[in-house]
Design a protein around this ligand. Structure first.
Ligand SMILES: Cc1ncc(COP(=O)(O)O)c(C=O)c1O
Length: 402
């Protein structure tokens, strides 16, 4: 063999050995936070990739919007389940975070995030006692109640534990899933807390209009939101007349963030940081069909693992990895996405010069963030094509621990 050819073969062998070592060592490199030289191409799939520039733009836009409009921000955790993200929000001025579950409340408070608000009623002995214990450890913690039975049992548990629990009365805002009827009934609950429950501290009211968040068209969304939270605003007036200060009026979402100022004291939006394909279709205040106030920063990276049919590839992201048939592919609006099974997805396109090859990677935009992020262990943080960090998704060990 001549020396030039030997040199060429050796170089190739070294390069492929380095590539093999890079992928074999990926977990130990992540453990050491050693991301040098890693790109999207090196990542195992399916995996979540967060475009840090778009993400930070979203975070900054929301933070400056809230500051400019004198609105406190307490973003929802169920979308991301990430301490890294919550701490970034706090650094930008958030007063705390909103959580849906007891485990999220414990996780966030335990990691040092102050001002956690639990928006699902902690009914039943196990949940009540856990949240009373949390309230004792963390005096900035708040939780909602929408029922006099809950106020009574929470007060008794708090008394037994010698704790004081900050509570917010949850008012029905359209969705039948939660919230006491506004008006006299809600006032009676607030009065009961103030007068009879010495271990509870009444802080204010909440009204979350899930129906408004995805209403198409900004004017229609505004009308829906205003109609849904009117009962909470009326209840706040009744409380004030009865001498009960309402310091907090909490609610709102990504869809209503520029509707809520002036009505709410704080905003619970969550999806704005990543955005999903459901949200981008609701339309912007400027009248655009695409809701472009926030960018789609989160994608699911997948690999084409079968190429047997023209204009069609099987990818390694199926029902267990989020795929629904309305998902879209980043940079390929011509592609359609479907599910083939638990571990198989399908992308299809018009055969031509942009055919996917076996082993090619594509990135999908999630349809529904909460249920997508919940099935991954970490966010791979990308700056351009380079992977620069990895943030764990926390607290998703099982239904009861989520
Ligand atoms: C109580 C509550 N508040 C706020 C939000 C945040 O909404 P979004 O992710 O649409 O901004 C949700 C989402 O479902 C919610 O359930």
């Amino acid at each position: 063999m001549n020396t030039r050819r030997a040199f060429f073969i050796n170089t190739l062998a070294t390069a492929s050995a380095m590539a093999a070592a890079k992928s074999a060592n990926i977990e130990s490199r992540f453990a050491k936070k050693d991301f040098r030289g890693l790109t999207r191409e090196d990542l195992p799939t399916p995996s979540m990739v967060l475009d840090i520039d778009l993400f930070e733009k979203n975070l900054n836009h929301m933070a400056s919007h809230c500051k400019a409009n004198n609105l406190n921000f307490r973003g929802h955790v169920k979308i991301h389940k990430s301490i890294d993200i919550a701490k970034r929000q706090v650094a930008l001025g958030s007063i705390g975070v909103t959580v849906a579950t007891e485990a999220e409340a414990e996780l966030m408070s335990g990691s040092g995030v102050k001002g956690v608000l639990l928006t699902r009623q902690a009914a039943g002995k196990e949940k009540t006692n856990r949240m009373v214990a949390l309230a004792k450890r963390d005096t900035t913690f708040h939780m909602i109640v929408d029922d006099i039975v809950m106020a009574e049992s929470l007060d008794a548990a708090a008394g037994a534990a010698r704790a004081k629990v900050n509570v917010i009365v949850d008012i029905n805002a359209g969705l039948k899933r939660a919230g006491i009827e506004p008006g006299q009934k809600a006032l009676a609950l607030a009065q009961d807390i103030v007068k009879n429950r010495k271990n509870l501290a009444f802080s204010g009211l909440m009204a979350y209009s899930g129906g408004a968040s995805h209403t198409k068209g900004w004017e229609a969304r505004k009308a829906k939101s205003m109609a849904d939270i009117a009962g909470m605003l009326e209840t706040a007036e009744l409380c004030k007349k009865a001498g009960i200060p309402v310091n907090i009026k909490s609610g709102g979402s990504t869809g209503t963030y520029n509707i809520d100022p002036g009505y709410l004291t704080e905003l619970q939006a969550g999806s704005y940081m990543f955005m999903d394909t459901g949200y981008i279709k609701i339309g912007s205040k400027a009248g655009n069909a695409i809701y472009d106030d926030f960018a789609q920063s989160l994608t699911i990276l997948t690999t084409a693992v079968v190429r047997q049919h023209p204009g069609m590839a099987t990818i390694d992201c199926g029902l267990k990895g989020m795929v629904k048939d309305t998902d879209t592919v980043k940079g390929r609006p011509d592609m359609k996405v479907g599910a083939q099974g638990a571990e198989y997805g399908l992308v299809s396109w018009q055969p031509g010069d942009r055919d996917l090859k076996l082993g090619d990677k594509v990135e999908l935009y999630p349809t529904h963030l909460d249920s997508t992020t919940n099935v991954y262990d970490r966010y791979y943080i990308a700056k351009g094509d380079n992977i620069v960090d990895a943030w764990p998704v926390m607290g998703r060990a099982g239904a009861a621990q989520r």
